[in-house]
Every structure is written in C-alpha cells, then in structure tokens.
Design a protein around this ligand. Structure first.
Ligand SMILES: C[S@@+](CC[C@H](N)C(=O)[O-])C[C@H]1O[C@@H](n2cnc3c(N)ncnc32)[C@H](O)[C@@H]1O
Length: 252
C-alpha cells in the first residue's frame, strides 16, 4: 500500500486497492489470453518446421490495435515486423505501441502496399471472419503475392465447428447471423459461405462463416498456394467458441 493511500478514508482506500489490483489482474489475464492465442499459432508452425522465432519477415494482416502484433518482437527479436489494417486509428495505435514495426493502412479491397515476396510468415486472426465472399477471394490472391517462395500463411476462420461450439457456450453471439433454423439444421443444409453485413455503412465488414470443405477446395485455387493443414477449433476465442486455422504454403 502506498503512503498516500493511508490518508484516504477507509472506503475509498479499499476501492483504490481493488481498482489497482483488479486492473493488474485484468492486464495480466489479457496478456496471457493473447499469448495463448499466439502459442496456438506457434504449435501449428512447429509442425511445419517453422516458428515465430525463425521467421525473419513477419506480417499480421488486419492487425487491429496490435493486440497480438505487440508480442512479436518478444517472440522474434531480430525479425522485421509489418502490420496493416483498414482502420487508420488502429494503425496509429500500433505505431505507438510497437515503434519497431512498420504499419500501413489499406483499403477494404486489395492491393496492399507491399512488394512481391516480402514475407516468410504472414498470419491473420479473425479477419477472414469478416470478409465477403468476393473480397476474401481477392485477398487470398493478394496476400499470396507478398509471400516468399516456401513462405507460410495462416488465417483463422469461423466454420461449422465455431457454430457448434458457440451454440453451446455463447448462443447469444449467433443472433447476428439471423439463422432461420437451429444450428444443426443449418449445418446439414451445407451452405458454403454465410456473410451477414452488420452495419450497412460498412458493407465490406460483416460476419462470416465458411464451410471447411469449401475452404479445402477453393482456397488453394484462389491463392495459388498449397493448403498444408486445416486445424478445426485450433484457437479458443472469447466470448465465442473457437476459430479454425488454415495453413497455406507457397511452393519453393
Ligand atoms: C476482429 S478484428 C481482429 C483484430 C486483430 N487481428 C486482433 O486479433 O486483435 C478484425 C480486424 O480486421 C480488420 N480488417 C477488416 N477488413 C480488413 C481488410 N480488408 N484489410 C485489412 N484489415 C481488415 C479490421 O479493421 C479489424 O481490425
């Protein structure tokens, strides 16, 4: 307890203590949650003989405010780190939070302001969970362009596994999809691509669920890459169930 706290009335003293310690706990939990998600990426990378540490040019597509990007220098101190997002304010936050990185703003549709074959590892977390079908195809090709030969790209998606888990653990999160039938009936119908615009002002940013079999067939074609692994439920997500992870490789 700080000396200054002793001068406060007892109730305020307790409130100050709770705020300070809960704030610390929240920050600690947030860090653990974020690092746990990166560990899931790392575990999959390791299966392909790769890691954050051995990657020299890393890119996070749709980095937001650097929730994950901020740890990349801890994991890979010598790498060059690049991040991009459509939201200018988020990119500004990244620039402040991660001064060693390079961050740019891109439009909702390609291209990205990056030279060919720039990265050996590119990943996104919860970006393909928000793109329309035509836009997600366009980005697959564009992102593949920025990979070096032999480079890997990993993207999370919401799939039927996400629908199943979320229906059990956070059913209110599914309301935005306006499903006309129960989740299992929707899954049996086998629709490939579900895209719901959340806000008409941003038609290129909605909520997306993609069928695994569609990804296995369409993503290699659209990206020109090999799909080397599809991990169902790879990454636990709060408050919703999980995100799957798709791993693609550019042929050497
Ligand atoms: C759910 S947030 C995830 C942010 C970050 N990846 C994280 O895990 O904290 C989705 C992010 O994707 C970004 N985004 C959406 N469409 C994009 C696009 N076409 N290009 C780049 N970023 C995009 C959004 O602005 C938002 O920051």
């Amino acid at each position: 307890m700080l000396a200054l706290d002793l001068l406060r009335p007892p109730v305020r003293r307790v409130k100050t203590w709770v705020r300070r310690h809960n704030g610390g706990l929240a920050a600690d939990l947030e860090r653990r949650y974020n690092l746990n998600q990166l560990q899931r990426f790392e575990a999959v990378l390791n299966r392909h003989g790769r890691s954050f540490q051995t990657s020299s040019a890393l890119c996070e597509f749709g980095c937001g405010e650097g929730r994950l990007t901020q740890y990349l220098f801890e994991l890979s101190p010598l790498a060059s780190i690049f991040g991009c997002d459509v939201r200018r304010e988020a990119v500004e936050v990244c620039r402040r939070k991660v001064p060693q990185g390079r961050f740019t703003v891109n439009h909702a549709t390609p291209p990205m302001d990056v030279e060919d074959a720039a990265f050996d590892l590119l990943y996104s977390y919860s970006v393909f969970t928000h793109l329309s079908e035509s836009n997600h195809k366009a980005w697959l090709g564009e992102l593949a362009r920025t990979l070096k030969p032999g480079g890997l790209m990993l993207h999370t998606v919401h799939s039927y596994e996400y629908l199943r888990r979320t229906a059990r653990f956070s059913p209110e999160s599914l309301l935005k999809y306006q499903l006309k039938e129960p989740v299992e009936a929707f899954i049996r119908a086998g629709r490939d691509y579900l895209y719901v615009v959340d806000d008409p002002a941003t038609p290129e940013y909605g909520s997306t669920v993609i069928r695994k079999e569609y990804i296995l067939e369409v993503w290699p074609r659209e990206s020109g890459l090999e799909l080397v692994e599809y991990v169902e439920g790879a990454i636990e997500a709060y408050p919703e169930g999980c995100q799957d992870l798709v791993v693609l490789r550019k042929r050497p």
